[in-house]
Write a protein that binds this ligand. Structure first.
Ligand code: SF4
Length: 420
């Protein structure tokens, strides 16, 4: 297929596809699916070989959020029967993190519900980062605490954070239908603050909220404009008790097409398969490893994933390997850029110190600004949604599989051993 040959050539050259090409990937038929996966797989292997990076989530503070993100089980007014607890102590968080590291995770993602951290919260997380790094030599720590105020990214960096996550989640045009308590522009601002402080930026999306193909392409191009090092792709988990509980829009085939499109638009970026993979990809999960180079190990923030051992078995059975702690995730050209950005970030400047000008990710539409805020990353994946009206009808809706949604009852915030 000419389209796929063109996309492979562009991916190998780190060249941006056109919007039409990205849309065409989403429009391919199920009969073409294996060709699409094979093509995107060539790009994935060019930049990441057969390595799979494992990340481990620790929910530092669960539920009771004042924000209204409609996809989220921790939102204001959520009736989802999730675990609710306030800040874990540093030693509790470190204990949970250690389980993930023992299972093969090289990055620990510290997430807290809420609009954004107070300065006291930043201090608290700084102590947690220190405890984790003391117990787990060489581990990467990513913080995901919501919207950052001036100076907080720098303080997290000084405290030892390696990365900061804050997702854009959906297109600028539809953001206001998903969340009303903050704006898309707020979210963009926080990703830029993380960049400017020399933190590795992680920012992704949630698919399956009723968005159109154009919305998906919009948010992925906006992400590319922001130039994060990692892009988590969440598939909505429609939690009962949240506004989007009835939004079962995804099929495994649709999920794979979305992952392939993200890989073509962000060829050399860490594309991470995040929340919702078990629920929406189901037995097709191993195919996704040909598209992404990173997954979460074990459980999510408020829902349970498959057993950590099943994740490891899946990776081995599919012919991939867990990325070791001593291996750089990103290709050398991106690692070099990151190092330069970090060096330049000392006093902090505008945005884009990182990708600014890099051919890799920097192109396309500037990450528009609009509205939004709230916490970030994996929140989207693991939570659910609720009542906000779906943005648009989905072309290939999947079936309701609420039987696959399992609220987390183990690990952080409980007395039961974590899944890792
Ligand atoms: S996504 Fe984050 S900010 Fe939004 S409701 Fe959930 S926990 Fe709160």
């Amino acid at each position: 297929m000419d389209l796929l040959n063109t996309l492979v050539d562009k991916g190998l050259r780190r060249e941006l596809p056109t919007r039409e090409e990205a849309l065409a990937v989403l429009a391919t038929s199920d009969d073409e699916l294996l060709d699409v996966v094979a093509a995107a797989g060539k790009v994935r292997r060019q930049w990441f070989g057969r390595r799979v990076k494992l990340n481990y989530l620790v929910n530092l503070k669960s539920g009771l959020c004042p924000e209204d993100c409609s996809y989220c089980s921790q939102r204001l007014g959520s009736k989802a029967e999730i675990l609710k607890y306030t800040w874990l102590k540093p030693e509790e968080a470190s204990q949970a993190a250690a389980a993930g590291v023992a299972g093969g995770a090289k990055r620990v993602c510290l997430v807290a519900s809420g609009r954004g951290p107070t300065d006291r919260d930043v201090d608290r997380v700084g102590k947690t980062i220190a405890a984790i790094k003391e117990q787990n030599e060489g581990v990467e720590v990513c913080a995901c605490l919501g919207l950052l105020s001036d100076g907080q990214a720098e303080r997290l960096k000084d405290a030892g954070a390696d990365a900061y996550n804050h997702n854009l989640n959906t297109s600028e045009a539809t953001y206001g239908q998903i969340t009303k308590t903050h704006t898309y522009a707020d979210r963009v601002d926080t990703v830029q603050k993380a960049h400017a402080a020399g933190l590795s930026a992680c920012s992704g999306l949630i698919a399956g909220m009723g968005e159109s193909d154009e919305d998906l392409v919009d948010v992925v191009y906006s992400l590319r404009g922001l130039d994060p090092d990692s892009v988590p792709v969440n598939f909505l988990i429609p939690f009962e008790g949240t506004p989007l509980a009835k939004e079962w829009n995804l099929t495994p085939q649709r999920a794979l097409r979305i992952l392939a499109m993200v890989r073509f638009v962000c060829p050399d970026v860490e594309v991470r398969l995040a929340g919702g993979r078990e629920v929406h990809l189901r037995s097709m999960q191993p195919l996704a490893l040909h598209l992404v180079n990173s997954i979460f190990l074990g459980d999510y923030l408020t829902s349970e994933g498959q057993a950590g051992q099943a994740d490891l078995d899946m990776i081995a059975d599919a012919g991939f390997e867990v990325e070791g702690a001593g291996t750089s995730t990103l290709p050398a050209h991106r690692s070099d850029l990151a190092a330069q950005a970090e060096a330049a970030a000392a006093p902090a400047g505008g945005c884009g110190s990182h990708g600014g000008g890099a051919p890799v990710c920097g192109s396309a539409e500037p990450a528009g600004a609009a509205e939004a805020a709230g916490c970030g990353s994996a929140c989207g994946g693991c939570s659910g949604h609720a009542e906000a009206a779906p943005v648009r009808a989905q072309a290939d809706a999947g079936g309701v599989r609420s039987d696959l949604v399992s609220v987390r009852r183990r690990g952080a915030g409980t007395d039961i051993a974590p899944n890792a």
